[in-house]
Design a protein around this ligand. Structure first.
Ligand code: CA2
Length: 149
């Protein structure tokens, strides 16, 4: 069975519990459950990791190849905007990474407009709340089906 890794960056553990006016009421556990349900339908296994620590995310990206993940769906949260370590880790691995954001980072504060990881990911999906993750998953499902055909 193909498997994917979903990585959530710093503070996303607070989702649904703080600042609902920006990030909504859906919790991270809700998002993970939605991903598991859709992935299961498509015969894909999904693993999850949330960390507030840059190095933990770098380690997880580095290990993605040897652990056999077909894709990584990554919300690097604030690290998106300044973590060269995460960018370098993405560039160093052969596993394709899809960048997701709950909010539309391009219509928020100026400092959120730039993603240092965008040049090294497969693509970016932003602004659809939890559906940004679900849209990324649909891309994964289609790409994996194409690869089998
Ligand atoms: O829109 C996104 O998904 C972001 O990656 C979320 C990050 C932010 O720094 C990025 O610019 C865009 C912040 C995640 C923090 O999530 C919280 C959730 C609830 C309460 C407080 C923070």
């Amino acid at each position: 069975m193909e498997k994917i890794l979903v990585l959530h960056g710093p503070n996303l553990n607070l989702l649904g519990k703080r600042e609902p006016e920006i990030y909504g009421r859906t919790t991270l556990a809700d998002i993970n459950a939605m991903i598991v349900a859709r992935a299961k339908e498509a015969g894909i296994e999904a693993d999850f990791l949330q960390s507030n620590h840059e190095g933990v995310l770098v380690d997880a990206l580095q290990e993605a190849t040897e652990k056999g993940y077909a894709f990584v769906i990554l919300n690097a949260a604030a690290f998106t905007h300044y973590s060269i370590a995460i960018r370098d880790a993405i560039a160093a691995i052969s596993v394709p990474v899809i960048e997701v954001h709950l909010s539309n980072i391009h219509r928020r504060e100026e400092f959120r407009h730039h993603s240092v990881i965008s040049p090294v990911v497969m693509g970016q999906i932003a602004g659809f709340g939890a559906d940004s993750y679900m849209a990324a998953l649909e891309v994964v499902i289609r790409r994996l089906a194409e690869a089998k055909a």
